[in-house]
Design a protein around this ligand. Structure first.
Ligand code: XMP
Length: 256
């Protein structure tokens, strides 16, 4: 099947990289497209996908984004919309309708909103189109513990909210889970129940304190990296190093 997860895996194996570039440019609006193209050209060989956030989604027009996404696709890369969607199903359908028309391959959503009249229609519709839906399970910032780390009671049992979200990812057949790659303890804990049935995507490497080798050793499948690459004087050389380190760590991990 040509699911998002299968396509991403194939590209990652071909390019031998587990890195997803977070295209978080903060330059002038009229330079965003040009700088994005340069960055893609300089990094495409060492990344398997690009994540686009509000840095580009808000200032760029529908057609400019569509054009940019087609350029990214031509470089054999997938594109993920990082909008952490968290709304009722009718609004969610409007959002994905625009995103899929622009050419996005996957979206990040918040499972907090629930299934019925929340994520149900979005999940069905995305699956029918082989688009990916990635759940936020535990974010990478320090304050994530104030929300995702809360203790909850469900059916008389105490648990952490991130554990519940990981179960939702499994039960609702998400294509991936976002777990901060700077929190390896939580990754290990979640993996005890999800057992690698769903890919783990991790931001939080570099600027937010995480290390690519430790994250991969703890079970992360893909590393989402922005500022460490973008703000570097030589983005392609730093990317090459992180990509090689994490790829080698993943080979060792698979052998052990
Ligand atoms: P940096 O510069 O820290 O960029 O490498 C990380 C990128 O990822 C976003 N981000 C997250 N997105 N769940 C998400 O869906 C998270 O837990 C998370 N933490 C960071 C961030 O906005 C930036 O685009």
């Amino acid at each position: 099947m040509v699911t998002f997860s299968n396509k991403l895996k194939k590209i990652a194996e071909k390019k031998q990289t587990r890195i997803i570039l977070s295209l978080d440019l903060t330059c002038r609006n009229d330079e965003l497209l040009k700088k994005s193209k340069v960055l893609i050209a300089n990094t495409a060989n060492h990344i398997c996908a690009v994540k686009i956030n509000y840095h580009l989604l808000l200032p760029l027009s529908f057609n400019t984004l569509k054009n940019l996404i087609s350029i990214i696709h031509k470089n054999n890369l997938l594109v993920i919309a990082d909008i952490k969607l968290n709304d009722i199903s009718s609004t969610n359908l409007v959002a994905i309708n625009y995103l899929w028309k622009m050419g996005f391959d996957a979206i990040i959503v918040n499972p907090f909103v629930g299934f019925k009249d929340g994520l149900d229609l979005l999940l069905n519709s995305s699956r029918n189109k082989n688009k990916g839906v990635i759940f936020l399970v535990y974010m990478s910032h320090i304050g994530a513990k104030d929300g995702y780390g809360l203790e909850i009671f469900k059916n008389g049992k105490k648990n952490k909210l991130y554990y519940e979200f990981a179960q939702r990812a499994l039960n609702w057949k998400a294509d991936g889970m976002i777990i901060g790659g700077n929190n390896n303890k939580i990754i290990t804990e979640i993996l005890k129940s999800t057992k690698h049935k769903i890919d783990i995507f991790s931001p939080g490497i570099g600027y937010q304190g995480g290390n690519e080798i430790d994250a991969i050793k703890s079970g992360v499948d893909y590393l989402i990296i922005g500022r460490t690459i973008i703000n570097s004087k030589n983005p392609s050389s730093i990317l090459e190093r992180i990509s090689l380190n994490s790829w080698n760590a993943s080979i060792k991990q698979n052998l052990s």
